[in-house]
Design a protein around this ligand. Structure first.
Ligand SMILES: *[C@@H]1O[C@H](CO)[C@@H](O)[C@H](O)[C@H]1NC(C)=O
Ligand SMILES: *[C@@H]1O[C@H](CO)[C@@H](O)[C@H](O)[C@H]1NC(C)=O
Ligand SMILES: *[C@@H]1O[C@H](CO)[C@@H](O)[C@H](O)[C@H]1NC(C)=O
Ligand SMILES: *[C@@H]1O[C@H](CO)[C@@H](O)[C@H](O)[C@H]1NC(C)=O
Ligand SMILES: *[C@@H]1O[C@H](CO)[C@@H](O)[C@H](O)[C@H]1NC(C)=O
Ligand SMILES: *[C@@H]1O[C@H](CO)[C@@H](O)[C@H](O)[C@H]1NC(C)=O
Length: 493
């Protein structure tokens, strides 16, 4: 009897250990979806007039990230997603990388797909890069992605995949690996990217972990959408907003298709889906962040508090909201953490245990941006410590509160500079309590000078560690696409 009992316990022990090893060794598949210029108020789970059933279902069944922060612009946010560093440490804190600037995310940083590759992941990217392409070494397949389908720059037309900037003429920016894609004129990028993502998933060897980085073109301007999606919003009077909402619904359908591909493959329940905006909605191009203040370009909440959620395996008591602070820099250590690895020495923090359990160590502070710009009136900075936020200098374009269907013409650079110099200088400080006043209506800097001093001092610590923006003003004419068969191409730096 005693022997039998011992045997029985031994058997249990072996089974339990085997299960432990099995589950610990099993790395989640990861699908990291970025929506471009999507506003806080542009998802159905924040705004019931948006038609986004797939996004809403994933968000509600997962963990809604209520205080997930990004940079106010594309390249800086994406640099943080990929590197785990603040842009003020990589020189990418000023505006975005322009097509004719010989700039890319510094090559001496091991970026997210490389970290995951080291853990055994197959790594694929579909969509917008915007982290520099002046030489091949800067581009996705040289930086840890096994495959890449997408475009290098900030924006382009959704159907013909061309971009016109600085040089006269429209030039193609569309690649499959290193090869130029010329046969997709007329295919809307939201469809094309979803389709490629689906085929990556269906062809994937499911005994290996998959990392799919899927930064859609949607819903950045230009405002272009197949008519059936626009027709989903007959009650919206403003044409731009109606089309924009259609673009969001097309994106939602694409996400539904990708989710279905995961189910068809039988890996849906072993996958983490992360969804985030890269910055707030762009007000003159019909993105909306109401009731938050500001939009893309400003360091107010409307530009920086991103619509985001995480869904899938490893999340305990899913169907909840995580109200802790998260910053774009945290995704590299957090996703590597979810995959059972660890990285040190980055600005980002591994928040996996906090997000996945709802308890554990949270982020306590972060820098919204720190840009001691070359153009004085464009310089700005902001820091968060606990519930307090200190804004220094010019908060950036579109600093008001805008309801959906607001028609606001884009400001010219001259108007923008005038707005900045009339109202702000580098010594203008505003203090907000984001918990009590998430819409930033009440500047309390006069009332709490001691808090201002404390946050200013902390910002000063970060400033000492910052590098100058890598932002050459003069276009490098070697980048001219006519030197490369009329395609925006690497090979000029
Ligand atoms: C999300 O944030 C808003 C604004 O700060 C706040 O009013 C709301 O209570 C938060 N939601 C949850 C579920 O924490
Ligand atoms: C990358 O190179 C820059 C410039 O030489 C240096 O300041 C930085 O510390 C390096 N970063 C890493 C992660 O090695
Ligand atoms: C691409 O499409 C846009 C808008 O649909 C159009 O204005 C532009 O001329 C087109 N460019 C080319 C090269 O076809
Ligand atoms: C989703 O899949 C369906 C069925 O294949 C297809 O008709 C539709 O165009 C896809 N939607 C998007 C946005 O790619
Ligand atoms: C799938 O991956 C496993 C583990 O790396 C490998 O042993 C197997 O040969 C692969 N199967 C195919 C069909 O490539
Ligand atoms: C995922 O797991 C849930 C709960 O265990 C189960 O009900 C569902 O059928 C699974 N879905 C798929 C697509 O495997």
């Amino acid at each position: 009897m005693a022997i039998n009992n011992t045997r029985f316990h031994l058997l249990i022990l072996i089974v339990v250990c085997f299960c432990c090893i099995f589950t610990q060794g099993k790395k989640p598949h990861i699908v990291f979806i970025v929506a471009d210029d999507l506003g806080w108020n542009d998802v159905g789970y924040h705004n019931p007039s948006m038609i986004t059933p797939n996004i809403d279902k994933l968000a509600r069944e997962g963990v809604i990230l209520n205080q997930s922060y990004v940079q106010p612009l594309c390249s800086p946010s994406r640099s943080s997603f990929m590197s785990g560093y603040y842009p003020f440490r990589t020189g990418l804190q000023h505006l975005v990388i322009l097509p004719f600037q010989p700039v890319c995310l510094p090559l001496n940083i091991t970026i997210l797909p490389q970290e995951l590759k080291n853990l055994g992941y197959a790594t694929h990217m579909v969509g917008k890069w915007h982290l520099g392409f002046c030489k091949w070494e800067c581009t996705p397949t040289y930086r840890g992605f096994d495959s890449y389908f997408g475009y290098y720059n900030a924006r382009e037309f959704y159907y013909n995949h061309t971009l016109s900037m600085f040089f006269p003429g429209d030039y193609l920016d569309y690649r499959d690996g290193k090869a130029v894609v010329k046969n997709q004129d007329g295919v809307y990028s939201t469809n094309a990217f979803a389709k490629r993502a689906e085929s990556i998933i269906s062809e994937h060897n499911a005994s290996e972990p998959l990392f799919l980085y899927l930064p859609f073109q949607a819903v950045h301007e230009p405002i272009e959408v197949p008519v059936q999606y626009e027709q989903m919003y007959p009650n919206i009077q403003n044409e731009g907003r109606r089309k924009f909402c259609g673009m969001v619904s097309a994106l939602d359908e694409a996400i539904g298709n990708v989710t279905q591909a995961l189910k068809d493959k039988g890996i849906y329940n072993d996958t983490i889906i992360l969804f985030t905006a890269d910055n707030g909605g762009w007000i003159p191009h019909h993105g909306n962040n109401y009731p938050l203040r500001g939009g893309k370009f400003t360091i107010y909440e409307g530009g920086t508090r991103g619509a985001a959620f995480i869904h899938g395996t490893g999340l305990q008591n899913a169907g909840r909201t995580y109200d802790g602070l998260i910053h774009a820099i945290d995704w590299l250590p957090t996703l590597v953490g979810a995959a059972g690895g660890a990285v040190n020495g980055r600005d980002g923090q591994n928040l996996w245990s906090s997000i996945s359990t709802g308890s554990g160590e949270e982020r306590s502070e972060f820098v919204y941006n720190l840009d001691d710009s070359l153009i004085a009136e464009e310089g700005h900075a902001a820091i968060r410590m606990g519930d307090y936020k200190l804004v220094e200098g010019y908060p950036g374009l579109y600093p008001g509160w805008y309801k959906p269907e607001t028609e606001l013409p884009p400001l010219t650079p001259e108007q923008s500079a005038a707005l900045a110099s009339e109202n702000y200088d580098a010594y203008t400080y505003q203090l907000f309590n984001i918990k009590d006043d998430p819409t930033e209506h009440n500047d309390i800097s006069q009332k709490y000078p001691d808090v201002v001093q404390k946050l200013k001092a902390r910002l000063g610590d970060y400033r000492k560690e910052s590098v100058k923006p890598n932002y050459p003003f003069l276009p490098d004419t070697k980048s001219d696409p006519t030197n490369f068969n009329n395609v925006w191409s690497p090979g000029w730096c």
